[in-house]
Design a protein around this ligand. Structure first.
Ligand code: SF4
Length: 152
């Protein structure tokens, strides 16, 4: 989404997916939804469709065009592992991260079960790369802890 970010723990945001749906109590005050819905119906705005989930293939190669190394928050406005994002599209996102290896990528998901399953299978090629940080958002025992324990 942006070559620069105001988020203090990252340098840039990259949103090859936009929009999401709520999955747990931690989604209640989702900042991304609040931001996106402000622009629903605004012609030509990236969030013209509000927080509706959609793929943004024209954004896929963005990190390849950023020549200075950055910490990149992947999908600050979505969840890469949302059930509406096809496996093949997630593979394309990871493929770009592997190719543009001079950046460090920060992925955070609330769909950690799907992330774990794909890292064990179709995404194995990107699972062990030190410049890709795979993160799960953990709320409590019901939402996240059980799955995170299965990573260790
Ligand atoms: S998973 Fe993340 S982006 Fe999606 S609704 Fe919940 S808090 Fe928002």
């Amino acid at each position: 989404m942006a070559e620069r970010s105001s988020i203090e723990w990252t340098d840039a945001t990259w949103n090859p997916v936009r929009g999401c749906t709520k999955i747990s109590p931690g989604c209640k005050h989702c900042y991304a939804e609040t931001f996106a819905e402000r622009f629903r119906g605004v012609k030509g705005h990236p969030y013209e469709q509000g927080f509706d989930l959609r793929l943004v293939p024209e954004k896929l190669n963005e990190p390849l065009r950023w020549h200075t190394p950055k910490r990149v928050f992947v999908n600050s406005m979505s969840d890469l592992f949302h059930e509406g994002v096809p496996d093949s599209y997630i593979e394309s996102v990871v493929d770009v991260m592997v190719k543009a290896h001079w950046h460090t990528y920060q992925i955070l998901t609330k769909r950690s079960t799907r992330m774990r399953d794909l890292l064990d299978t179709k995404l194995r090629f990107g699972a062990q790369m030190p410049h890709i940080w795979w993160g799960a958002s953990v709320e409590d025992k019901k939402h996240g802890v059980r799955c995170v324990n299965s990573f260790v």
